[in-house]
Ligand binder design. Structure first.
Ligand code: MG
Length: 247
């Protein structure tokens, strides 16, 4: 019996779960869709939050750097808006026809023999107190701390912990695909095995790199091999059991 357990343990695939980022990972940057997301975010900041046009690009950079996403940062520095309104404006108005069906990716994902989990109302602006993050960053003041955001998002540990709990993921047996090195490095600190998508050059601290998600089978054949091996063992055991009956 003990041998049996060892036997199954040896056949257990190294990875039991794949966790994918979406933008610029499952679909490529060249589709132009993520540029539309940025454009919509900037329009939301201009039209719905009343932020001065000239300040928006730099503010986006500062918020993304410090809070993981622009939306998380906007909440942190004091803007009051409903998440549904933001997402409706930013994602609800995207020209999704820019994304063409990808039969190659579909075939690859469907053929994977393991579990997959996909790692994404403004009140009329009353004059609210907004933290000036760009001023703060250009002249850091030790007596001040950056305000906290209520939003949970990559690359922060809390976001990974939430995903692990919600989807019942064991990070040690999960491959995490993302185009952001920052996200991959924090994912790796949380125990995930990491795959950088969008370049074939492996960066320090990242386990694998793929030029495109289409290269997944060539770069990580073990994802398919484990199941094939199990199938062949199942078959040979079946034959071994059936043979004496025939005899
Ligand atoms: Mg991405």
């Amino acid at each position: 019996m003990e041998n049996e357990d060892q036997y199954h343990q040896a056949l257990k695939p190294k990875y039991e779960c794949l966790l994918f980022d979406l933008d610029d990972t499952l679909y490529p940057r060249s589709s132009g869709l993520s540029a539309e997301v940025t454009k919509n975010i900037q329009e939301y900041m201009l039209h719905k939050l009343g932020i001065e046009d000239g300040k928006i690009p730099q503010l986006c950079v500062s918020l993304y750097k410090n809070y993981g996403t622009t939306m998380a940062g906007l909440k942190a520095i004091g803007y009051n808006f409903q998440y549904d309104d933001f997402h409706g404006y930013v994602h609800g108005r995207l020209p999704y026809d820019m994304l063409k069906p990808d039969p190659v990716l579909r075939g690859l994902l469907l053929s994977l023999p393991i579990r997959k989990v996909d790692d994404a109302d403004v009140d009329p602006i009353s004059r609210i107190e907004v933290f000036d993050i760009d001023k703060y960053l250009s002249r850091p003041d030790a007596s001040l701390v950056l305000p906290r955001t209520p939003v949970v998002c990559k690359p922060f540990e809390g976001a990974y912990e939430k995903v692990f709990n919600i989807a019942n993921i064991n990070p040690q047996r999960t491959l995490f695909f993302d185009d952001s090195i920052r996200n991959l490095l924090s994912g790796k600190r949380m125990g995930l095995h990491t795959v950088l998508v969008g370049t074939s050059h492996r960066t320090q601290g990242v386990d694998n790199a793929l030029e495109s998600i289409h290269n997944i089978r060539e770069a990580l054949p073990e994802l398919w091999e484990a199941e094939e091996e199990l199938e062949s063992v199942r078959y040979s055991r079946k034959v071994a059991i059936e043979t004496p009956v025939k005899a």
